[in-house]
Design a protein around this ligand. Sequence first.
Ligand SMILES: Cc1ncc(COP(=O)(O)O)c(C=O)c1O
Length: 306
Amino acid sequence: MGMESKFIWKNGEMVPFEQATLHFLTPALHYGAAVFEGIRTYNTPKGPAIFRLGEHVKRLFDSARVLGFREFPWSFDDVMKAHKDTVRANGFNDCYVRPLIYLDGGGWNLNVDYGKPSLMIAVWEWNNYLGGDALVNGIHANISSFTRHHVNVTMTKAKIAGNYANSILAKTESERNGFQEAIMLDPQGFVAECTGENLFIVRNGVIYTPSTAPVLEGITRSSLATIAQDLGYEVKEAPISRDQLYIADEVFVCGTAAEVIGLSKIDYRQIGDGKTGPITRKIQETYHDAIRGKIAKYEAWCDLVG
Ligand SMILES: Cc1ncc(COP(=O)(O)O)c(C=O)c1O
């Protein structure tokens, strides 16, 4: 995967890609004391637009607040502008956008108040997070042997870098065992989310998804719930058990990186007809049009880079 670009935004300056480096003794690197976002830019008929940028920047600030950062050198508007400037400076029409606020200097005593936050924003071209074939054929996932975070152990609403050690454990295990994604159960044993995606099931025409209490409040999840309701489907938040996955008519996962991907099998059990299901396909197609600014009622989600 090529992650190269011309420029990275670093604390207010656009620096050449090679210069966006950190010292080994940066506390964020040692303790995972950083928060980040995963955002995408898509080409639309009016030019490149960042999908739901405001919601992502809001979640970035929320994550920083959850981690304990109290003061920033940048306002919400500064950070919005910085994202657009970075995409524009690099000249990409379609790209992934990765801001990271990290504990820089100080904070070695594990207290963020002794360090200061720094921000960098990178962009790169990143397609097919779960593989090119996944869109049509779906993927084979398993139930991870690792449990998702307890809500009072790591904060599930925040994209804190250190939280992702749990995702790395699960994803590495799943891929080594021949699966493409891991479904993680919460500490009570109900379905939580995947390593980087939220999850939906379809049963008898109704769409269900776990409540946001134990999982990340996914922005794709919220977009798909709106799209599904606009398409006339009922969408319910409900606890989902492992065996409800096995007997679902369709299961799909969603996230900014993965977009919308059907699950063809879970733990060697075929889901539906073993391909991306019809309701998933409809939602997937509408989402693809929405992110590219082709549907008037979702145009406000596309924040033009200008
Ligand atoms: C753990 C986890 N759950 C869900 C998601 C999906 O969130 P979003 O749709 O906002 O990308 C992500 C990706 O950010 C994630 O890392």
